[in-house]
Design a protein around this ligand. Structure first.
Ligand SMILES: NC(=O)c1ccc[n+]([C@@H]2O[C@H](COP(=O)([O-])OP(=O)(O)OC[C@H]3O[C@@H](n4cnc5c(N)ncnc54)[C@H](OP(=O)(O)O)[C@@H]3O)[C@@H](O)[C@H]2O)c1
Length: 238
């Protein structure tokens, strides 16, 4: 059985990823900052199998290293790491109304956390394994009032592009998956629209990406509709 660490496991997207990877036969190690949320997730997914978890915070190098060491102690080896964290992006507001200090703090919590996670976990993955970072469609389009999320998602995407380029030919596949949809998950299922991707859709797509790195060549992938789940993005005709 292959081992996958899911960082951000208790989030709307992370929960679907954990459940679907368990269904697909992975041994899942869930990670997040809050043990009570991880305990609740373990109970919720009990019907799908046993879930181990580690706690830790990827916003600092020491926090991420402690999480990596705890995961390796539990699992022995990591075949894949999926990072699906969504640090605070602040209340919606026009971006120029923010102070420079506030913007610095938000960028640090977001882009630096993705930098720290990539730097810490990629070297811990076995040869032929995958590091997969989950991001959002606002990397490519802007939404007034959501400027910090726009900047952070665009920054995350270029961070993963450069990490993948610098690691080309190396032992680990590196991908980012942009979710170009609202996600119907634990926090909002009641008000979700039928066209939205669900948390389980996200999990099924992640399972397909981890299983077929050559089909999902990336490094930047996107899933835009429920119909596309499990399949690579259609390429424009040449
Ligand atoms: N939800 C959507 O509609 C949607 C749409 C498009 C794209 N996405 C993308 O999907 C990804 C996940 O989003 P989400 O909606 O699932 O987020 P979420 O519900 O807010 O969950 C975030 C998860 O990350 C953990 N986390 C946050 N900061 C962390 C840190 N510094 N260290 C370790 N764990 C941390 C949280 O747990 P603790 O607080 O316990 O640590 C939680 O498990 C993001 O990249 C987001 O942009 C989401």
């Amino acid at each position: 059985m292959k081992n996958v660490l899911v960082i951000g496991a208790t989030g709307d997207v992370g929960q679907g990823i954990c459940g679907e990877l368990m269904k697909a036969g992975w041994r899942v190690i869930a990670a997040g900052r809050a043990a009570p949320k991880l305990d609740a997730l373990k109970s919720r997914l009990a019907a799908k199998g046993s879930l181990d978890y580690v706690t830790g915070d990827v916003s600092s190098e020491s926090g991420a290293a402690a999480m990596r060491d705890a995961a390796l102690k539990l699992a022995g080896t990591l075949d894949a790491v999926v990072t699906t964290v969504n640090p605070d992006k602040g209340e919606p507001m026009p971006i120029l109304q923010r102070s420079a200090d506030e913007l610095t703090e938000l960028l640090r919590g977001n882009i630096v956390a993705h930098f720290v996670a990539a730097k810490t976990f990629i070297p811990a993955i076995v040869k032929g394994g995958m590091y997969l970072s989950i991001g959002g469609g606002m990397a490519d389009f802007i939404v007034p009032g959501m400027g910090v999320a726009n900047v952070c998602q665009a920054g995350q995407r270029n961070l993963l592009r450069i990490v993948a380029r610098e690691a080309r030919g190396g032992p680990v596949h590196i991908r980012e998956l942009l979710l170009v949809s609202m996600i119907a998950g634990e926090s909002n299922r009641a008000k979700a629209e039928p066209s939205w991707l669900t948390d389980e859709d996200c999990g099924r797509h992640v399972a397909a990406v981890l299983a077929q790195p050559d089909v999902f060549a990336g490094p930047i992938l996107a899933v835009r509709s429920r119909e596309q789940v499990g399949k690579p993005e259609p390429q424009p005709a040449k």
